[in-house]
Design a protein around this ligand. Structure first.
Ligand SMILES: NC(=O)c1ccc[n+]([C@@H]2O[C@H](COP(=O)([O-])OP(=O)(O)OC[C@H]3O[C@@H](n4cnc5c(N)ncnc54)[C@H](O)[C@@H]3O)[C@@H](O)[C@H]2O)c1
Length: 372
């Protein structure tokens, strides 16, 4: 692991998820921005001190010389670390499972795509919400045509925790997320907007081709966006709306997707992640629960408990880890079909870049404009 030191938010979730199914051992890492913080983390996690490294450069250099090296690295440090650490890991021969956004800038994402292709090593992204059983089932329902042709996609992700400028009061997580040097080009768009964009594309299989965004900064003195409202046009003709906000006071972690086809609509909300609502035009509404009979293979494989026993964030993360591990073990990239990869990473960074561009200049902006 790179990142995930003492007091970090998502590092512990990664560790619990990685080891949940007993298929992955957590053996080595560089856990902080200093040798001291890395060693403090490694000691607490009970690792062999010889495999707790001062930084990620030392980690990859030493592990590649071992007779029993790591198979892959999980990158869970702030965004500016993603590209250099992923590049170094891939070039040292290791597979990479990185947290989002893939990189800090679009140019980095395009460069990383070339490195992934050149090294041929597996690369995955933990777009968490793709790991939920009912999200995977929703994807299957769209794929087999339950909704008919998709016409409208509404995806929203609202949080309220940056309503006040808590970065000025030394909140560590708010600090790096509001600083372009550590967050990259996107503030709220990079932190949660990319999740919303990815969720919409993952479930529907539709691709955003153009967008029109209003991007705002409410926090006093903020250099990066903390609120965005985006209109979307999809390649297949569907239209959509994406909301990404961290100043929606009182909102917690409200990611929600609604998809409307010619014949039916569906809704999934992270507040009740083991439920999916299907609303056909000509039949009564149905609430589908994780673990119930008759679900798709994709949903069944992503469920560990009988219906009525809630599973959550850690299990969703664990599904991504398990699929990634399976594909490394089998050497079959097809096994990674449900794990977002570098293409999704580039699309996410393109989405941020284009939304910022549209927000600054006004009007519609195409997704496929290259890096400039
Ligand atoms: N997939 C998700 O749902 C999800 C949720 C939260 C965060 N994230 C992503 O995870 C990453 C970390 O977010 P967080 O909230 O856990 O941040 P955090 O500030 O809580 O933790 C970051 C950790 O990385 C360490 N670190 C900093 N620089 C480092 C370096 N150069 N080398 C090694 N370690 C270093 C810090 O010491 C800390 O332990 C971000 O990229 C964020 O976007 C994803």
């Amino acid at each position: 692991m790179v990142g995930g030191g003492l007091g970090s938010f998502i590092g512990p979730v990664h560790r619990m998820a990685a080891t949940l199914d007993g298929e992955i051992a957590f053996v080595a890492g560089a856990f902080g921005s200093s040798a001291e913080s890395s060693r403090a983390g490694g000691a607490r996690y009970g690792l062999d001190p010889a495999r707790v490294y001062d930084d990620w450069r030392a980690l990859f250099a030493a592990e590649r010389e071992r007779p029993d090296p790591i198979d892959f690295v999980a990158i869970t440090a702030p965004n500016h670390v993603h590209f250099p650490a992923a590049r170094a890991a891939l070039e040292a021969g290791f597979a990479v499972l990185s947290d989002k956004p893939a990189t800090a800038t679009l140019a980095e994402a395009l460069a990383l795509a070339e490195i992934v292709a050149a090294t041929g090593r597996p690369y995955g992204l933990t777009y968490t919400y793709t790991g939920y059983a009912m999200v995977r089932h929703a994807r299957e329902m769209v794929r087999v045509g339950t909704l008919g042709a998709i016409r409208k996609i509404v995806v929203e992700y609202e949080q309220g925790w940056l309503s006040r400028p808590i970065e000025q009061a030394d909140d560590r997580q708010a600090k790096w997320r509001t600083d372009p040097a550590t967050a990259g080009i996107g503030g709220c768009l990079g932190d949660i907007g990319v999740h919303a964009h990815n969720l919409a594309e993952f479930v529907t299989g539709e691709r955003v081709i153009e967008l029109c965004a209003e991007v705002s900064r409410f926090g006093p003195g903020r250099a990066l966006d903390d609120d965005a409202n985006v209109l979307l046009r999809f390649a297949g003709g569907a239209r959509g709306v994406l909301i990404s906000s961290q100043i929606s006071a009182g909102a917690r972690n409200g990611i929600r997707l609604r998809v409307y086809g010619e014949n039916a609509g569906l809704e999934w909300s992270h507040e009740n992640p083991d439920r999916l609502t299907l609303s056909p035009l000509d039949e009564p509404q149905r609430v589908i629960h994780a673990g119930m009979p008759g679900l798709s293979d994709a949903a069944r494989r992503a469920t560990r408990l009988p219906t009525g026993h809630p599973e959550g964030l850690i299990e969703a993360f664990a599904n991504i880890y398990r699929d990634f591990a399976t594909s490394i073990r089998s050497g079959d990239a097809g096994e990674r079909a449900l794990v977002p990869g570098i293409d999704e990473g580039v699309r996410g960074m393109t989405f941020i870049d284009r939304a910022l561009r549209s927000g600054a200049q006004g009007g519609w902006v195409a997704m496929d404009m290259g890096a400039e």
